[in-house]
Ligand binder design. Structure first.
Ligand SMILES: Cc1cc2nc3c(=O)[nH]c(=O)nc-3n(C[C@H](O)[C@H](O)[C@H](O)COP(=O)(O)O)c2cc1C
Length: 170
């Protein structure tokens, strides 16, 4: 990171480490995107998630083109977004680990929309595919919400500057 001596500001370049560092200052929740491929549940940790539209009810997530789970979610044409609570850091790590038995340590049921809803999550939205867009080395996936729900868990798991944090003020 270079320093602009005139203004004293840090001068950052829009790529690589600087991009990650600056965008990491935007705090997000953490989700597990799930689907059923054939008869097998699949899922992947993702924080690139947001709501899009109220009418119709749309949400989006971004998934890396390198993801091995993405083609299986795409095949299912439907997915659930499971929003993690502050007690679920281990689950986030598990669903980000290649080759792990991701569904071996979590209870779940098939939601109204046909995708796995993980137990004990903060909230979930159950979706069908609406659209996909080019997002560079990622794909932007928009889903139409078919069903949704919340639990009474206290607070969200938050991802900030590459670390897990909790909202202790809640
Ligand atoms: C907190 C957190 C957030 C993540 N967010 C995303 C994301 O939004 N999109 C994405 O493609 N990968 C994201 N990842 C990385 C994937 O979970 C990780 O690369 C995973 O191993 C991909 O597995 P797959 O090859 O089975 O798809 C995130 C990982 C963590 C720990």
């Amino acid at each position: 990171m270079a320093t602009d001596t005139a203004s004293g500001d840090n001068v950052l370049r829009p790529g690589g480490d600087d991009f990650r560092d600056v965008l990491g200052h935007f705090a997000t929740g953490v989700t597990i995107i799930t689907a059923v491929d054939g008869d097998e549940p699949v899922g992947v940790a993702a924080n690139a998630f947001t709501s899009v539209s109220l009418d119709p009810p749309l949400v989006l997530f971004c998934v890396a083109r390198s993801s091995t789970t993405w083609p299986r979610i795409e095949r299912a044409r439907r997915f659930a977004v499971n929003m993690l609570g502050e007690h679920q850091e281990d689950l986030s790590r598990l669903f980000a680990r290649k080759g792990a038995d991701r569904f071996g340590q979590v209870d779940w049921h098939v939601g109204v929309g046909g995708s796995p809803v993980l137990h004990d999550v903060l909230a979930y939205v159950d979706c069908e595919f609406w659209a996909e867009y080019d997002g560079g080395d990622h794909i932007i996936v928009v889903g139409r919400v078919l069903d949704l729900g919340v639990t009474d868990r206290a607070g969200p798991l938050v991802f900030f500057r590459g670390e897990y944090v909790r909202l202790t003020s809640l």
